[in-house]
Structure formats: structure tokens, C-alpha cells
Design a protein around this ligand. Structure first.
Ligand code: T6T
Length: 346
């Protein structure tokens, strides 16, 4: 709505000028520029937001997650909603039901047509979303990349993500320790071209190379489908009955890998990225040994803060990296672990 805000501010200024010139006594409605554009929502509450919304920030921001219904993105939305309410901006969330560019691009285009002031987006592919996001930025919409990134992220004012390379290395160390630093291990990834999971795979490969007695069997792709991840583990076990461990690079890959291991009755150690409720159940059941929890709420919160800073013309931070907490059965009840678990609703 930035263009509309500018027009409304200009109209308000004109009406003030007209009033000052004695051009009519009913110009009051336009005297508060923020109010004039506030027809869309409660965003007028922006004045409470303090420094970050200084200047009448009745901003409209849309969050486009990688996919809806994924507790990582649900938790991100919760953090974004909290920040939006504190800063008095209006947040709308629109996502596709599949983690795939053909599903996400039309959503992005529909959002752009609504002309929000800023878009927070988790691009589902480093290349396929480059053009569509550049087109959004060309309309004057501020772009913040949350979680995933692009081949050329310079289109965004800020990007906020886990240090996924480091996360992959931590997964390698955790799995190596679990398997006693020996035996064949497998990675179940999502799809090539996703910045986060590509980096986790790379970090894992670098980390696991440090263990000479571990045989890295390679990476297979689940297409973000637990059933496919389970089949991959079952097929690998058929060919490699000694399979010792699996690293699932995201929530659905890890969840499916553990299901495959259970179905085969195999004693495999599983390390998974993310910490959704079903993953935590698998941890409790002993199907998974470690969950590398990201900080999705923090990513969402910082995404909103950076977008608002950009809209206010304040300093933004180009790249923000968030940390992890590795959840195990041993620490699951600790406040730190509980705080790190993902939510299925806000
Ligand atoms: O692991 C997260 C996210 O970081 C990744 O980019 C895609 O998968 C998740 O959403 C989990 O399903």
C-alpha cells in the first residue's frame, strides 16, 4: 500500500494547504495522514509501535512461507505476528500447499497485485523465484528473505536464516557420535535447488568426511514427502543392511526416514533437522536420536523488524544468522529444549 499511502499523504497535505488558505473547513479527516489511509484495517495502532513505526507506519506486510501447514513456517508466522502486533503493522500470510516453485510463484504474483509495502518470503528455489521476486521489488515492494535465499539475494533489503552449513556440520558430528564413528550413513534431502537444505547437505558432507571409518552412501531426495523418505530408507536398507545412520535434512525428510526405519525394524540412528510435534514424538519413542531445532519464531520476528526498518528508511541488517538447539531425549524436558520446539498454531 505504499503508493496509496504516498498519494493519501499528498492529498492530506493538499487539504491542509487548502485549509490554511481558507479553502474550506472540512479538511479535518485528512489532517492526520495516517488515518486517511487506514481504511483497510486496525493498522492505525501503529503510533503505539514507538521508534520502529515512527512516521505513521500503517504498513501492510505479507509473509509467503515455503509451504503452509509446516510447523517450521507456522512457528515463523507466530514470531512474525508478535512483532507485527508490537510494531502496529498489518500482517497477512499467504502460502502454497506444496513446497514447489510452480505452486509458490502464482501466490507471489497475486500478493504483488495487492501492492503490500513489504513481502517476507521463503523462496522455494534459488533460481526459479529470482525473476518473480525481482519483479515484485521493481514495483517498489521491500523484500525480506526469510529462511531460504536466492542465487542473487541483493534484491532483498535483508535476509534472515539459520546458518545451515554449520547446521549440517553439527548433524554430521551428532550422527558420527551416535554410530560410534563407523558404518554406512545416508542423507535424505528434499530437492536440489533449495538454499537451506543444499547447505545442510554440504555441511554434512564436509563434516562426515572427517570420520575415516564412516562410509557416506550419498544423498537421495524425498520431494518433501515423508512417504518418499521412508521408501528411500527401506530401499537403502535392502541394498545395505548395515546402514548405521541417516540424516534427514528437514522436517518431512527426517520424519519419513524415521518411519522407514521403524517399518524395517532396523536399528538405525536418525538425526533430523527441525523439531515439529510429530518429530518430538519420534524422539520420545526412540525412533530419532537428535533433532536440530532452528529458531523459526526468531526468523519471523526479525523479518518483520527488518521490513519495518526498511520502510521507515532506517538502517537495515543485510544478513542475519540465527542459531540452533539440538534436542535429545536427555534434554527434552529442559526449558531450553521446550523453548526450541515448534508450534502447530500460534
Ligand atoms: O527445514 C525447514 C526450512 O528451513 C527449509 O527451508 C524447508 O523445510 C522446513 O520448512 C521444514 O519442513
Amino acid at each position: 500500500m505504499r503508493h496509496r499511502s504516498v498519494i493519501m499523504a499528498a492529498l492530506a497535505a493538499l487539504s491542509l494547504l487548502a485549509a490554511a488558505c481558507g479553502g474550506g473547513g472540512d479538511g479535518g479527516a485528512g489532517a492526520d495522514g495516517g488515518q486517511a489511509a487506514g481504511g483497510t484495517s486496525e493498522a492505525g495502532g501503529a503510533t503505539e509501535g514507538g521508534g520502529a513505526t515512527e512516521g505513521g507506519g500503517d504498513y501492510q506486510i505479507t509473509l509467503i512461507p515455503g509451504v503452509i501447514g509446516d510447523e517450521f513456517y507456522v512457528t515463523m508466522e507466530c514470531g512474525a505476528r508478535e512483532a507485527a502486533s508490537e510494531l502496529g503493522v498489518t500482517l497477512d500470510v499467504q502460502g502454497a500447499d506444496e513446497f514447489a516453485p510452480p505452486a509458490q510463484i502464482p501466490i507471489l504474483q497475486a500478493v504483488v497485485a495487492q501492492q503490500p509495502d513489504a513481502i517476507l518470503i521463503a523462496p522455494t528455489d534459488v533460481q526459479a523465484l529470482q525473476g518473480p521476486i525481482e519483479q515484485a521489488a521493481a514495483q517498489g515492494i521491500e523484500i525480506v528473505l526469510v529462511d531460504t535465499t536466492l542465487e542473487d539475494p541483493s534484491v532483498a533489503v535483508s535476509r534472515i536464516a539459520s546458518d545451515n552449513l554449520e547446521g549440517g556440520r553439527q548433524a554430521a558430528d551428532a550422527l558420527a557420535e551416535l554410530v560410534g564413528e563407523q558404518g554406512p550413513v545416508l542423507v535424505v534431502n528434499v530437492n536440489p535447488g533449495i538454499s537451506t537444505t543444499d547447505a545442510r547437505q554440504k555441511g554434512f558432507e564436509e563434516g562426515i568426511a572427517e570420520y575415516p571409518d564412516i562410509e557416506y552412501l550419498g544423498t537421495e531426495f524425498s520431494n518433501n514427502e515423508p512417504a518418499r523418505a521412508a521408501e528411500i530408507v527401506n530401499a537403502t536398507l535392502a541394498a545395505e543392511p548395515d546402514l548405521a545412520g541417516v540424516f534427514g535434512t528437514n522436517l518431512f525428510s527426517a520424519q519419513g526416514a524415521a518411519i522407514g526405519a521403524r517399518r524395517a525394524g532396523a536399528e538405525i540412528d536418525v538425526v533430523g533437522f527441525d523439531a515439529g510435534p510429530a518429530q518430538v514424538e519420534q524422539l520420545e519413542e526412540g525412533l530419532v536420536q537428535a533433532l536440530i531445532a532452528q529458531r523459526p519464531a526468531e526468523i519471523g520476528r526479525q523479518g518483520i523488524e527488518q521490513a519495518v526498518a526498511a520502510l521507515n528508511g532506517e538502517e537495515v541488517t543485510e544478513e542475519i544468522s540465527t542459531d540452533f538447539f539440538t534436542v535429545t531425549q536427555d534434554n527434552l524436558e529442559s526449558p531450553e529444549a521446550q523453548e526450541a520446539l515448534y508450534r502447530s498454531e500460534c
